[in-house]
Design a protein around this ligand. Structure first.
Ligand code: PMV
Length: 345
């Protein structure tokens, strides 16, 4: 008999970025992010315990069999079998889709792997297999997600979370993310994110290669110190309800992420001319108007415009007057802070 487990999980945006990793998907520095509302991957696992051959049959993305995805998931499952050996005896098929446009440059690996990890954690429960003893369900899902894509560990929790060990949050871990919403005042529930899609082309250099270029990076040591300082600034900014400090940290971290790419060997860049234009316009608007808005970048050319609900009118006007000539409204994805994953079967 074939059974199904389906989970829906969001992507996330890091304010303090994770860049560079060690063996076993251990981050070189701790990061803090929030999950995005409105956007999600939905991943269905179909499984059968009665078919003798175990392993992944095939994987489909947006309804189509996808060989690259199948290969990536097979590799991923090889890692999962180390902690969940019973899974290797089970026949699986995976069907995943995103509700945001494919190629929009939104990291779907975080939402996709976290939805899949939730499915695997549920499967372990259904089969009464003891996987990662001592951890609660969300920690298990976060650990399993981390094995697929580091940042996916942070898509498991609603609101804000930290991933990577830091003295600032005693319960933080390199192995799974830890939710920090209790430390965050309600003004941050009003955080909005309009994603300005500059490029739909695949990245010239993947994040996997980018992480690798952080090994022996000339600024690697400095980056770790900077991330720790920015985490302190962020934590203080959050608790003081200092939305400007929050935005400044987001911007500095994004610029630093891209500076690390430029200074790698070989150096590279993922931003486009429009990315730079948008960043300048956003800064100028903040300086001229005093409106609390700023930008964040992921490993790509798209710009996340961060703002707060109280400034909706001013932001709408700004988008219309200054942003749309460079990035028209059909290239905007409207999001905000999200409420996390849910099981939907
Ligand atoms: O999770 P990965 O391996 O795709 O790494 C992505 C890291 C960034 O998105 C660039 C930064 C972050 O912390 O999310």
């Amino acid at each position: 008999m074939i059974r199904t487990i389906t989970w829906k999980s969001p992507p996330n945006l890091a304010i303090v970025k994770y860049w560079g990793k060690r063996e076993g998907q251990i981050p070189m520095n701790p990061s803090v992010s929030f999950v995005l509302g409105n956007l999600a991957s939905t991943t269905r696992i179909m499984y059968s315990t009665s078919i003798s051959a175990g392993g992944l049959g095939l994987a489909r993305f947006n309804g189509r069999t996808d060989e690259r995805l199948t290969l990536r998931l097979q590799n991923y499952l090889d890692g999962v079998y180390q902690i969940f050996p019973g899974l290797s005896k089970i026949r699986l098929e995976v069907d995943t889709q995103n509700n945001f446009p494919h190629g929009a440059g939104i990291a779907s690996s975080a939402s996709g792997f976290s939805a899949l990890a939730f499915g695997i954690a549920s499967l372990a429960d259904e089969l009464q297999e003891e996987v990662l003893p001592g951890l609660n369900f969300l920690q298990k899902a976060s650990w399993l997600a981390r094995l697929g894509s580091g940042s996916a560990a942070r898509s498991v929790f609603q609101g804000f979370c930290v991933w990577g060990e830091t003295q600032l949050w005693a319960e933080s871990s390199n192995l799974y993310a830890y939710p920090i919403n209790a430390d965050i005042p309600s003004i941050f529930n009003e955080l909005r994110n309009t994603i300005l899609v500059v490029s739909e082309l695949p990245k010239a250099v993947s994040s996997t290669d980018g992480h690798r270029l952080m090994e022996n990076h000339p600024y690697g040591h400095g980056r770790q110190k900077q991330a720790e300082t920015n985490l302190q600034r962020l934590k203080l900014g959050l608790s003081n309800q200092d939305i400007y400090e929050f935005l400044l940290v987001a911007e500095e971290e994004s610029l630093s992420l891209h500076a690390l790419m430029l200074a790698a060997s070989p150096g590279y860049w993922l931003f486009k001319p429009e990315t730079l234009m948008l960043m300048s316009i956003i800064r100028q608007f903040r300086e001229d108007s005093g409106v609390a808005t700023g930008f964040s970048l992921d490993a790509g050319a798209n710009v996340h415009l961060l703002w707060f609900e109280k400034d909706r009118e001013a932001i709408q006007q700004f988008l219309h007057d200054k942003i749309s000539p460079i990035c028209p409204p059909e290239r905007w994805l409207v999001s905000g802070i999200g409420y996390g994953a849910e099981r939907i079967d």
